[in-house]
Design a protein around this ligand. Structure first.
Ligand SMILES: Cc1cc2nc3c(=O)[nH]c(=O)nc-3n(C[C@H](O)[C@H](O)[C@H](O)COP(=O)(O)O)c2cc1C
Length: 348
C-alpha cells in the first residue's frame, strides 16, 4: 500500500541523461536510450572562449545534428550544451548551433575543472550571479525564442550562500528550466548530495527545477524526489553504474514492480557493443581506456564487474580485454557476437 502511494506520488516524473565530458558521447547516448527510460539527453559541453566555432566542432560533440531529428537512434532528444562566460561569444555560438539544427541549448555553470574555472568558465560564474544572468540572457536573446535555453548549476562555488541568487539569476536571464547538481564546486563529487537544497531553490523559482546528484538506485530516486520536491531528475554516474537505472525507475513508476538487478551478462553485452561502436573510429588503446572507465563505474553495483576490473585493469590491448569480459559469461554467444568489430572496421 505504501509502495503504491509512493508510485502514485512519483508518477510522471521525467528523467534526463546528464552530460558527462569524455564519457557520454553519441554512442553512449544511443546505448543508454535503447530501452525506454530517458526523456532527454545532453551533449558534452562545447567550450566557447571568444570566437564563433566552426560547424565541425558542433558536429563532433553532437553528431545527431546531421540527422533530420536531433535525437538518439531511439528517438530521445539530444540537447546541446555550451560552456563559456563571455556573453557575446556565447550568443554567436548559440546562433551557430541553432543554424546547424540544435533543438535546445543548455548552459554549463557547474563544471569544477581547475583549467576551466581558471579561464572563467563552468562553476566560476557561480561567484557572481550578475554575470551568470548576463550569459543566460545573451544566449536567450540570441536565439530569439527559436529553441529553449536551459541552465545547469551547482549550489555554489565554495559555499551555498549564493545558491538562490544564482538560480534566480538563471531564471531572470530567460532559462526555461534549471538542473541543480546538489553540491558546491568545492565539494566535487563527494557524497552527500544536498537534495533538500534543491527543494529550497524549487520553492523560489517559477521555472521547472530538475534534481541531480547521487541518484544510484530506486531508493535514491525516491529520496531525491521527496527531499527536493522536483518531479524531474537527471542521472549521470548512476546510469553508467547501472545502465538500466532509468528503465528501472520508469518501470517502477508505471507498474509498481521492480526489475531484477542488471546481470553481469547484460553489462558485458553493453560494454562489448560499446567497444564495437567505438573501435570503428578510435584507436584500440583509447577504446580500452573508455571500457575501463565504464567498467569502473559498474564496480560499485556489481561484484562480477569489480572482479573483472581487477583482473583487466592492466590490459591495454582491445581483443584480450574483450575476451576477458566475455570469458565464462552466461549467454556468451550473444556477448561474442557483440564483441565482433563492425564490418567497416575489418575492411580498413
Ligand atoms: C566525468 C564527468 C564529466 C562531466 N561532464 C559534464 C559536462 O560536460 N557538463 C555538465 O554540465 N556536467 C558534467 N558533469 C556533471 C554531471 O552532469 C552531473 O551533474 C554530476 O555527475 C552529478 O550527477 P551524478 O551524481 O548523477 O553523476 C560531469 C561529471 C563527470 C563525473
Amino acid at each position: 500500500m505504501v509502495e503504491q502511494n509512493v508510485v502514485n506520488l512519483l508518477h510522471e516524473g521525467r528523467i534526463g541523461l546528464a552530460p558527462m565530458e569524455g564519457v557520454i558521447d553519441a554512442h553512449t547516448r544511443a546505448l543508454l536510450t535503447e530501452h525506454p527510460g530517458f526523456d532527454w539527453t545532453v551533449t558534452e559541453f562545447v567550450r566557447v572562449v571568444d570566437v564563433r566555432l566552426p560547424p565541425r566542432v558542433f558536429y563532433k560533440h553532437c553528431p545527431e545534428l546531421t540527422q533530420a531529428r536531433v535525437a538518439t537512434p531511439h528517438g530521445i532528444p539530444v540537447h546541446l550544451q555550451l560552456l563559456g562566460s563571455d556573453p557575446t561569444a556565447l550568443a554567436a555560438n548559440a546562433r551557430q548551433a541553432v543554424s546547424l539544427g540544435a533543438v535546445s541549448l543548455d548552459l554549463n555553470f557547474g563544471c569544477p575543472a581547475k583549467t576551466v574555472n581558471r579561464h572563467d568558465g563552468g562553476a566560476s560564474l557561480l561567484r557572481d550571479p550578475r554575470r551568470l544572468e548576463r550569459a543566460v540572457a545573451a544566449v536567450h536573446q540570441a536565439v530569439e525564442g527559436a529553441v529553449p535555453v536551459t541552465a545547469k548549476v551547482r549550489l555554489g562555488f565554495s559555499d551555498r550562500l549564493r545558491a538562490l541568487d544564482c538560480a534566480l539569476a538563471a531564471e531572470r536571464g530567460g532559462a526555461a528550466s534549471l538542473v541543480v547538481h546538489a553540491r558546491t564546486r568545492d565539494e566535487g563529487y563527494r557524497p552527500p548530495a544536498h537534495w533538500e537544497w534543491i527543494g529550497r531553490i524549487r520553492h523560489a523559482l517559477r521555472i521547472p527545477v530538475i534534481a541531480n546528484g547521487d541518484i544510484w538506485t530506486l531508493e535514491d530516486y525516491w529520496k531525491a524526489r521527496t527531499l527536493s520536491g522536483c518531479p524531474d531528475v537527471m542521472l549521470g554516474r548512476g546510469a553508467l553504474a547501472d545502465p538500466f537505472l532509468a528503465p528501472r525507475i520508469r518501470h517502477w513508476q508505471r507498474t509498481n514492480e521492480r526489475l531484477p538487478a542488471t546481470s553481469w551478462a547484460v553489462r558485458a553485452d553493453i560494454l562489448c557493443t560499446y567497444a564495437a561502436l567505438q573501435r570503428s573510429t578510435l584507436p584500440e588503446r583509447v577504446v580500452v581506456s573508455l571500457l575501463k572507465q565504464w567498467l569502473n563505474q559498474m564496480r560499485a553495483r556489481d561484484p562480477e564487474a569489480a572482479r573483472r576490473f581487477q583482473t583487466l585493469r592492466r590490459e591495454t590491448r582491445l581483443d584480450p580485454f574483450l575476451a576477458g569480459l566475455a570469458e565464462h559469461t552466461p549467454a556468451a554467444s550473444a556477448v561474442h557476437q557483440a564483441c565482433r568489430p563492425p564490418a567497416a572496421a575489418l575492411a580498413t
